[in-house]
Ligand binder design. Structure first.
Ligand code: UP5
Ligand code: MG
Length: 195
């Protein structure tokens, strides 16, 4: 194994399960760099003159999964720019097409560690997101888009978790508890892999 390859943890969980929150808490204590695929896509939308801006916005509003070539390229660019070795890839891969695209483009350039799965039931997630929606400015933080985000999550993203679970590569954390308690469990999981 080439020790110089960047190490990658995929972080998945329902919309509002706390992926962004937990990734931020991790980066304050470890060498991990947090890359949220959703944040990168939203940034790309906000970049004037981006050829994909309108397309990305329409996918996000409908809770649909943006074509993997776009997402994967944004992730690769961000990884290169950081110059770091440990990455939390938040909210990706969301379906098998995403995973295949990642393997094709990044599989040989990275070492996959495991998938961190944040578990929280839909009612709790919905409550969190709708209260965030008052101030987030996200075009998908409304009841209508949220319904579609959850459909996509259940139908397309959960099978990715199952896929890695069958390989023994999922570490699950109960994400219904207060942020700091969840964070402690997440850190315990990370310490198993990275000292
Ligand atoms: N909160 C968090 N943890 C809490 C706790 N333990 N107790 C109480 N409250 C808690 O948290 C959500 C809210 O809950 C916050 O207000 C937080 O304070 C509170 P957050 O950490 O933001 O949760 P997160 O899981 O990150 O929720 P997010 O809304 O970001 O999840 P999504 O998966 O829906 O959003 P994402 O940005 O990943 O994707 C958005 C869209 O982009 C997708 O629907 C899709 O259209 C597109 N996309 C792609 O197409 N491809 C990709 O690869 C990625 C995204
Ligand atoms: Mg997020």
């Amino acid at each position: 194994e080439d020790g110089m390859k960047p190490n990658v943890v995929f972080v998945l969980g329902a919309p509002g399960s706390g992926k962004g929150t937990q990734c931020s808490l991790i980066t304050s204590k470890t060498n991990f760099v947090h890359l949220s695929a959703g944040d990168l896509l939203r940034q790309e939308c906000a970049t004037s003159g981006s050829q994909y801006g309108d397309l990305i916005a329409s996918y996000i509003k409908d809770g649909k999964i943006v074509p993997v070539e776009i997402t994967c390229s944004l992730l690769e660019k961000a990884m290169k720019m950081s110059g770091k070795e440990y990455f939390l890839i938040d909210g990706f891969p969301r379906n098998f097409d995403n995973l295949q695209g990642w393997i094709n483009q990044m599989g040989h350039k990275t070492d996959f560690l495991f998938l961190l799965f944040l578990q929280a039931p839909e009612d709790i997630c919905v409550e969190r997101i709708l209260s965030r929606g008052a101030t987030s400015g996200r075009i998908d933080d409304n009841a209508d888009s949220l319904k579609k985000r959850f459909q996509t999550y259940l139908h397309d993203t959960l099978p990715i978790v199952k896929f890695y679970e069958d390989k023994g590569l999922v570490r699950s954390v109960d994400s219904t508890r207060p942020m700091q308690s969840v964070h402690e469990d997440v850190m315990a999981v990370l310490r198993e892999v990275v000292s």
